[in-house]
Each structure stands twice: as C-alpha cells, then as structure tokens.
Design a binder for this molecule. Structure first.
Ligand code: PLP
Length: 629
C-alpha cells in the first residue's frame, strides 16, 4: 500500500486487505472491516466462466461501486451543510451534477435518487445531455435545479423551456449575449416565462491545464461590458424578475482555496451588482472545479492534486459569498456548485490484465560473439578502444566507446558492410556493459489488454495521471519495473508516466500460471468514458455494478454488461456485420470450408476486440445478437 501510495489517493475508499488484495470501503471511513469488498473477488466473480460460478465477462472490466458514488454525494452535501451552519450562512447549498462528467444512465440515475433528499439537480451542456437530464429528473426533487449551460440554438432553448412546462426547475444560463434574444422569443412563442442565469467571464484565472476556459480570454461567459446590455434589455422587456442566477466556472481541478475564494469574491460582487440593478437574484452557481487528489500528495503544485478537501472547499465558498453579501447588505443566496470530477471519479475502477512482458531494451538475451563477428569487430577502432578501457577498469569510458561503436556499426550495416549478427552482437555487448555499470534499470514492457485511447484518453491527450496499481499480490514486494504497453498499433498507446514522478511502475513477475496479473486504474470515473475513442476499433470495457450486501463476500453484482463486440464496433463505423458475415460465409462455402469457417467467423464477430488469455474464451450467438446481462 505504501509503495503505491494507496493510503494517499485511495483514502477513504481503497486500502489493502490481509490477503494482499485491494479492499473497497463503499461507505468510506464508516465501512466496518467485515463490510469491505475484496476487489479481486468481485473481478473473479465477473470474469470466471459460468460453470465455475462466474459471469463469463471479458476484461478489461469497469467495476462500478454505486455505494461509493452515494457516499461522495452525501459527503459533498454534508461539507456544505457544515459550512453553512458553522458560518452563520443565511441560506442553503443546493448542488447539481454536470452530466458531461459521466453520462452513464445508472450513474445519473443513482445521483438523482441519492440526491433527492437534498434537492440535488443536474447540469446539461448539449441537447442530448438536456434530454437525459430532463428524463432522469422526473424522478428527482421538483425543486432540484436543471442548469442549462453550453452553446444554445432555438431547439436547445425550446427544449429547456419545455422542461419548465413539465414542472422541472430549468434555468437557462446565457453564455453569449445573442442567446438572450433566442430565449425571449422562444419564451413568447411557447408562452413560457423563462428563468434566466448569466455566466460571467471572470478576470480571475486559474493557471493549470484546466484553467484555459477562465480569464478574460476564456471561451465562455459574458464580460462586464456584455452583462450590462443584457440587464438593460431585460429591464426594457420587463423581464428582470426572470434573471435569478449568476454562474461562473474557472476550470476543473482548482489548485487552492485561495484561488477559489478569489474567483468567488469576484463573482459575488457581480451577483450583488445584478441585484442592485433590479434582477431577482437568488442563486450563485460556483461551477465545477472542486479537485481531487490523484497522486495522494494533497499539494497544489500540479494538475495531479489539489491542496484542500471537501470541507475546506465548501468553507471557502460559503465564507466568501457570506462576506461579500454582508458587505453589500444583500440577502445570502442559495449556493449551487456543479462538481463533477469530485463526485464521480472514485466510484469506478478499470481492471485490466498484463498478459505478457518483454524487455524494453534492444536485446532480449545478449547474443554471443562468435569468432567471425569478433574478427570483424576487432577491425574497428572503437571496439579496440573499448576493450582497452575495460582492461584499465574505466567503465564510464567503456560506455562512451560502446555508444560510438554502436553508431558506427549501424552506419556500416546501412552500407551493407555488416550483417544482422554483427548488429545483434554489438547491441548485446552494449547492454551487458550498461548493466555491469549499473546504468540500465531492468525496466520491462508489460503488455496490457487495454487501449489507452479508449480507457485513459486524458492520459494520452493531456498527460493526466491516474493512480495505477496491481489489485492483488500487494503482500509481495514487486521485483520488476515496467511501462505498460497497450494493444493498439500506436506508439502513443502506452503508459510510461505514473504518479510519484515514476517513469515505470513497480510490478510483480508474471508467474506464467493461468491465474493472471490484474491491475487497476483508479479515480477515472469522470470524463474518461465519454472522451474515449475507438482507435484500432477497441471499444469500451465490460461493466459490472458491485453493491455492498450482506453475505459472505459482502457484495452482490447487480448488473453485468459485456463490452462491445467486434460486430458492434464495426456497425458504429457504418459497416454491416450481418452482410459482411453472409459474404464471408458464402466465400467459405465456395472454397469448401463451410460450417467450421462460418462458426469461426461468427465467433469473431461476436467476441470483444480485446485479447483472450490462453486462447480460449466464451462465445456469444451470431453477429446480430447474443449480448446480454
Ligand atoms: N460546469 C461547467 C460549466 C464545466 O465546464 C465543467 C467542466 O469543465 C464542470 C461544471 C465540471 O467541472 P469539475 O469536473 O471540475 O467539477
């Protein structure tokens, strides 16, 4: 646990149990030891074949813990509740979940259900997000906010107004000046009076990667010069009572509460000014940005961590809004936040397998230098210098000559003067020398059954680090360091940077037995699922939902969905798997291969694109069907 810093980034949900496996505490620190879920047992249940009592799913596997999700939501609410009570705040907190962080139906439904007692709502940034938010909120509290952000056209605005007509508490947040006219006209046309929010473009800027949407040159929101005409126009239209909310978002992973308070102070002034100008202000929406600690350092120095927890965040927001409103003798508004990352990151673990390994160096085994190769090498001045330095015991000099020798040999190879045996022998010689000199780390490449592009898109795109650790054998000291190479035919498809500044991950030797070696990528519950692409047509993982329950293992798998099949991913690219299958089957018949070839083809269409360890693997129906829970 110490080596992988699990107590840092994992607390309070992940730890290591006596069996050396990752233990999941679904209710955080309040989980009793006998209620902890052994992640390895849950994975076995999901991937073991059906006759062995498993569900027969394939890896990679996304394990969702809805209890963790609920606990995050309750913790966020409790943190704000505490800040409201302990700071004499005159109103309340009423948050929303920005569905862009994870639009999965069950994630959103769980949040709406768990959040109903707190009137927790949803935020949408596009038409499909708005549709799903409207539908899910039908089962939420009628007071819950439905915050409508993002670029809007007439269709979007009409949909948001329709939400109001359905009794949902939808607020259309203007991100651009032009949107006002669309809202006013659509409201008139449909006979629905809108509730309007304004997104302010703050001067406060957050310097990290996630802050590029903030500051004067930020992508979204209205500047002071744009807010004033909107207010005047609403006044002329006698609609100032519709303007009720001020929103801002200075970016995700806000590093410090000092920066947060700075942004909230600026926004609170704008809020007070809008109230002074006659708007019926009642909500301040501080956006997202509540960060999480990916590397367990609780420091503000990088995007991988932040220097505060939920309580400090809530206290900074509540105190700053209170102080600003008290100075202006304004009533305290309802405080809304759109925390996504902090709500959903912890709830899922991506489990994947390392199925083989190789040396990262040019040579697997040093090639012995035979007499003919030695003869040729001895003719080279660098080789003679290298041997002389070795005899003198000057190992650093040796290494320099070795590098020169390598370069010169490659040149000679290109000219056709040396053969492959020479090149291999020189690589081996250099490797042995480097090892002798303590220069070469035994870094290996572990081949993992995963696509970085599909499952860790933020690692590939923006260098976001996620904690990765084996989920078992944590009672044994790892003997190797490895970079993780994925299945895609792409040199970017590897993980070679890890939390703690490591360029390789300590891992255990693959024991070669059929047990497998399982790793987990943690804290990836936000953004990764929708951002992930299908490079090489590797699509999403299998998914299980694991809930805490009574019983010997403390868990029950309450939902299991196999990952997309080859047919599914082909269909997504406009191919027609059924037609393809018939064509290929027909050709197999022409060539006399008939039934056996057709069965192999059907199996290929129906299986997941990921690899099957040991050459076996479950099968599913024909290309058109066979998917099930
Ligand atoms: N609200 C808005 C307007 C956003 O753009 C975002 C994401 O960037 C969020 C909320 C969620 O932010 P976070 O995941 O940092 O809580």
């Amino acid at each position: 646990a110490e080596l992988y810093k699990i107590d840092g980034w994992g607390a309070p949900y992940f730890s290591v149990n006596a069996a050396g496996n990752i233990a999941v505490r679904p209710h955080g620190a309040t989980t009793l030891p006998h209620q902890e879920i052994d992640l390895m047992k849950a994975v076995r249940k999901a991937v073991d074949q059906k006759p062995a009592g498993g569900l027969g799913l394939r890896l990679p596997l996304l394990v969702r813990f809805p209890d963790v999700l609920r606990h995050r939501l309750e913790s966020l609410h409790a943190a704000f509740d505490l800040a409201v009570r302990s700071n004499g705040y005159g109103s309340r907190y009423q948050g929303v979940y920005p569905v862009k962080c994870n639009q999965d139906r069950y994630v959103v439904e769980d949040i709406v259900e768990a959040g109903a007692p707190f009137h927790f709502g949803l935020e949408a940034g596009s038409k499909p997000e708005l549709l799903l938010a409207m539908s899910c909120l039908l089962r939420g509290s009628p007071e819950a906010f439905l915050i409508c952000n993002g670029y809007k056209d007439v269709e979007y605005v009409e949909l948001a107004l329709t939400a109001r007509a359905l009794g949902l508490n939808a607020i259309v947040v203007l991100e651009q000046e032009e949107e006002l006219l669309t809202v006013v006209e659509a409201g008139r046309r449909l006979g629905i009076r809108p509730v309007i929010g304004l997104r302010a473009k703050l001067r406060t800027k957050h310097a990290g990667h996630f802050g590029s949407t903030s500051g004067e040159k930020g992508k979204f929101g209205l500047t002071a010069a744009q807010i004033l005409p909107v207010v005047r126009r609403l006044q002329r239209l006698e609609m100032l009572d519709c303007l009720q909310l001020l929103h801002f978002h200075i970016g995700s992973q806000i590093p410090t509460t000092a920066l947060l308070a700075d942004g909230v102070r600026e926004a609170a002034q704008i809020y007070c000014e809008l109230a002074r100008l006659g708007a019926a202000m009642r909500v301040i929406d501080v956006g997202g940005g509540l960060g999480i600690d990916y590397d367990g350092t609780r420091s503000a120095g990088s995007d991988a961590s932040v220097g505060y927890g939920l309580e400090e965040y809530a206290a900074a927001v509540v105190r700053t809004v209170r102080d600003a409103c008290d100075r202006r003798r304004m009533r305290h508004p309802i405080i809304c936040s759109e925390s996504g990352r902090a709500l959903v990151s912890h709830h899922s673990v991506l489990v994947f397998e390392a199925f083989s390994s190789s040396s990262c160096s040019a040579v697997a085994e040093p090639v012995p230098i035979g007499p003919d190769v030695a003869h040729l090498l001895e003719g080279l001045v660098d080789y003679r210098s290298l041997v002389a330095a070795a005899v003198r015991g000057e190992y650093e000099t040796c290494l320099l000559y070795a590098e020169q020798l390598k370069r010169r040999c490659v040149e000679r190879f290109k000219e056709g003067l040396l053969g492959l045996e020479h090149l291999a022998a020189v690589d081996g010689l250099c490797e042995v020398l480097a090892k002798e000199n303590g220069h070469a780390e035994p870094v290996r490449a572990y081949h993992v059954n995963l696509s970085v592009f599909t499952s860790l898109p933020d690692f590939w795109a923006i260098g976001q680090l996620f904690p990765i650790a084996p989920i078992h054998r944590l009672d044994q000291r790892p003997g190797v360091s490895a970079v993780l190479q994925d299945l895609t035919c792409d040199s970017d498809g590897k993980v070679d940077r890890f939390i703690g500044g490591w360029s390789s991950l300590p891992v255990h030797e693959l024991d070669g037995e059929d047990g497998g070696y399982f790793l987990g990528m943690f804290l990836g519950g936000a953004y990764q699922e929708a951002l992930g692409g299908a490079h090489n047509l590797f699509a999403g993982p299998s998914v299980v939902r694991v809930e805490q329950s009574e019983g010997p293992h403390c868990f029950a798998v309450t939902r299991a969905v196999p990952g997309a099949s080859c047919a599914d991913v082909l269909r997504a690219m406009q191919h027609e798997p059924e037609v393809m299958f018939e064509g290929l089957k027909g050709r197999a018949g022409d060539f006399g291969g008939g039934g056996a070839a057709a069965r192999r083809l059907a199996r290929a269409f129906n299986s997941m694109p990921y690899l099957v360890r040991g050459g076996g693997g479950g099968e599913r129906g024909g290309p058109a069907g066979g998917r099930g829970d």
